[in-house]
Design a protein around this ligand. Structure first.
Ligand SMILES: Cc1cc2nc3c(=O)[nH]c(=O)nc-3n(C[C@H](O)[C@H](O)[C@H](O)COP(=O)(O)OP(=O)(O)OC[C@H]3O[C@@H](n4cnc5c(N)ncnc54)[C@H](O)[C@@H]3O)c2cc1C
Length: 380
């Protein structure tokens, strides 16, 4: 059985970002690393958007926006994103960048294999794939198992689920400098539903029909709504260039409780997805840097996780949306209608001071959050 220092079970965003950071740090050249994935990561299976001030991955950013609209049926507000820019990275460009770096490292290997089991056995771990078994000192697991969240009821489990179409229209209807972050003007049908629009030119955009809710829809339901929205934009002639779909977990479930001395859950499987929004990319940049710093000093992976006040804020929002899913539009609208957009994005990045938190929270319907707070304290 081949032995490695570290094995990554699952080699998507979190694993590749962590390995990339390991290489950049120059501190892991003496460690043997194996990346395992059932998918060769050679297709553009997703697009990532995130806002940032820095230029972390600008070499592979394919589009940037300086402002973004927030809309509902009563108002629309262009949000000045300064000092941030909203950026888009194609999944394939990221995979190619990282695999290119990895291919130059003698100590890092990738195997296209499906993991069927892994466990910690005393001071080492065993990973079994469909065709081979390996041993290692430590495992970083990003294979998400929804069953562990479904098995409990203490923490709500919602999904950010969507289908997106990249379209090319005959009519010039889009504003290429301005993304539409959330458009709640569409029918809510008892849920939190919005359109997300990422224009890349006056005639091209990615349109995503998105829900934050418990239950997924039939494919036709998302696509009918995208068609309705296209019609509402005044587009009569268009071509679908590409499609994508996603189902991102939104939960405050304490994934870190499954971490052991030698197994760390990372990515969505480790709770790196922002529970209230589904955004993961930016958090993964930060967490992977933290993890690489942590590994150069510490060995016990149970010590990596730190719970913050933002986890609790997210929990209250999810409690509300879990019970009354139709309230999403009014909560996000209250926050974005008059709030300072820069502070809101900083808050969503979990970088605000308590005083700044209050500026954002104060705009939200207070009664709902106070009720959710009491619900958490006295009933759960
Ligand atoms: C279409 C889509 C669009 C998204 N857009 C955004 C966005 O704009 N902004 C944002 O912040 N987040 C976005 N997300 C959410 C999040 O960033 C991604 O889901 C991200 O890829 C999560 O990273 P991860 O490493 O946890 O999981 P993944 O990147 O999914 O990596 C997990 C890996 O495990 C592999 N795997 C699973 N089971 C096995 C097995 N048994 N054996 C071996 N390998 C296995 C998978 O093939 C996969 O490569 C999006 C997600 C999707 C699906």
């Amino acid at each position: 059985m081949k032995h490695y220092h570290y094995i990554f079970t699952g080699s998507g965003l979190a694993a590749l970002m962590t390995v990339y950071e390991m290489v950049l740090s120059g501190k892991f050249e003496d460690k043997t690393i194996l990346l395992l994935d059932e998918n060769p990561k050679k297709t553009n299976d997703r697009t990532w958007c995130f806002w940032e001030e820095k230029k972390t991955f600008d070499a592979i950013v394919s589009q940037k926006w300086n402002s973004a609209y927030f809309k509902n049926q009563n108002f629309e507000r262009p949000l000045d994103l300064k000092p941030y820019q909203y950026k888009l990275i194609k999944g394939l460009d990221f995979y190619t960048l990282v695999f290119d770096v990895i291919s130059k490292q003698n100590n890092i290997h990738f195997a296209h294999q499906k993991v069927v089991d892994f466990e910690e056995l005393g001071n080492h771990c065993v990973v079994k794939t469909e065709i081979e078994s390996y041993t290692c000192n430590q495992i970083f697991n990003s294979i998400f198992n929804p069953e562990i969240v479904k098995r409990q009821t203490k923490y709500p489990f919602l999904h950010q689920h969507f289908i997106g179409w990249f379209i090319q229209s005959k009519e010039p209807v889009f504003h290429p400098n301005c993304a539409t972050f959330m458009d709640f003007s569409i029918e809510q049908k008892g849920n939190t539903r919005f359109m997300y629009v990422l224009p890349t030119s006056e005639t091209e955009a990615l349109l995503e029909y998105t829900l934050f809710s418990k239950d997924l829809l039939q494919k036709e339901a998302y696509e009918t709504e995208i068609k309705n929205y296209i019609q509402k934009l005044g587009i009569t002639d268009y071509k679908i260039v590409e499609k994508e779909q996603g189902n991102i977990p939104m939960t405050c479930y304490p994934f870190w409780k499954h971490n052991t001395k030698n197994i760390l859950n990372i990515g969505s499987a480790g709770g790196w997805t922002k529970a209230s929004t589904g955004y993961t990319f930016k958090n993964t940049i930060k967490k992977s840097k933290d993890l690489v710093r942590f590994l150069s000093k510490e060995n016990d992976l149970r010590k990596f996780h730190k719970t913050t006040k933002f986890w609790f804020y997210d929990l209250l929002l999810l409690d509300i949306l879990n019970e009354k899913n139709y309230l999403g539009s009014s909560i996000f609208s209250a926050m974005f209608q008059k709030g300072n957009s820069t502070v809101i994005f900083k808050f969503l990045d979990e970088e605000t001071s308590f005083w700044e938190d209050l500026q954002v929270i104060w705009k939200c319907p207070k009664g709902l959050f106070i009720k959710a707070l009491f619900g958490r304290i006295f009933h759960r």
